[in-house]
Design a protein around this ligand. Structure first.
Ligand code: TIU
Length: 221
């Protein structure tokens, strides 16, 4: 069996069962003036991973393996956005407010788009999700099942919020989860490190972690 050099031990790579999930590489999180910035974050930290996420995407494209992109966003009438989410804290702009990239975190607005460098290609699936986890209130689980997917490689932002939440959801649903450590980022470097440590501790209680090069080596092998 092919293996990926990973923490806390080798990942049992199965070419015919694996898919890539790129979480929320949207303008709202990566560019100034969006949702991430409205929460008071320095969004410039997130841009550094874009070339690495692109290499991972291109590796899965060349290998002809399934690719899923997610977008955290809400319906224009906010019917899928609980008040508990919209009214939390004191952001400079709330979800649904008008910002420089359109209404904050609203489907169809420029801010909710995936950044152009990582734009989905034809045949790749885009999942719009109202929550932090990509399984909650979406068709992701059904679509993975239909394709016989049992292993998931994760990239995207932010490591300890939407990426980790989705990995935990996937782990509970029986997927082997592998996080690409240099293709994910947080507004808080210490939280990224802690999330990777939490995921891989206790014998991989949530899953595995490996750099993109190790994943691409297995894909190309
Ligand atoms: N705020 C933050 O770190 N993340 C989110 O709100 N969503 C995602 O992680 N995509």
């Amino acid at each position: 069996m092919a293996e990926i050099d990973a923490a806390p031990f080798a990942f049992p790579f199965q070419r015919d069962q694996i898919a890539l999930v790129v979480i929320d590489m949207q303008r709202d999180f990566v560019e100034p003036g969006g949702f991430g910035a409205s929460l008071g974050n320095d969004v410039s930290l997130l841009g550094a991973i874009v070339p690495t996420v692109r290499r991972l995407l291109d590796g899965f494209r060349v290998a002809g393996l399934p690719i899923f992109h997610t977008r955290e966003c809400h319906l224009p009438d906010l019917s899928d956005c609980p008040d508990a989410k919209r009214m939390r804290g004191a952001p400079s702009l709330r979800i649904g407010d008008d910002g420089p990239m359109g209404r904050i975190l609203i489907a169809g607005e420029p801010g909710a788009d995936i950044i152009p460098e990582l734009a989905p290609q034809s045949g790749e699936i885009v999942i719009d999700k109202p929550g932090k986890g990509a399984f909650y209130a979406t068709d992701l689980g059904r679509m993975l099942e239909e394709r016989g997917v049992k292993q998931l490689v994760f990239a995207g932002v932010t490591t300890e919020v939407c990426v980790q939440t989705t990995m935990r959801e996937a782990n509970d649903r029986g997927y082997d989860c592998l996080l690409a450590t240099d293709a994910t980022e947080s507004y808080f470097p210490a939280f990224k490190a802690a999330a990777i440590a939490m995921i891989t501790a206790q014998g991989g209680i949530v899953g595995w972690a490996a750099p993109t090069d190790a994943i691409l080596e297995a894909l190309n092998g």
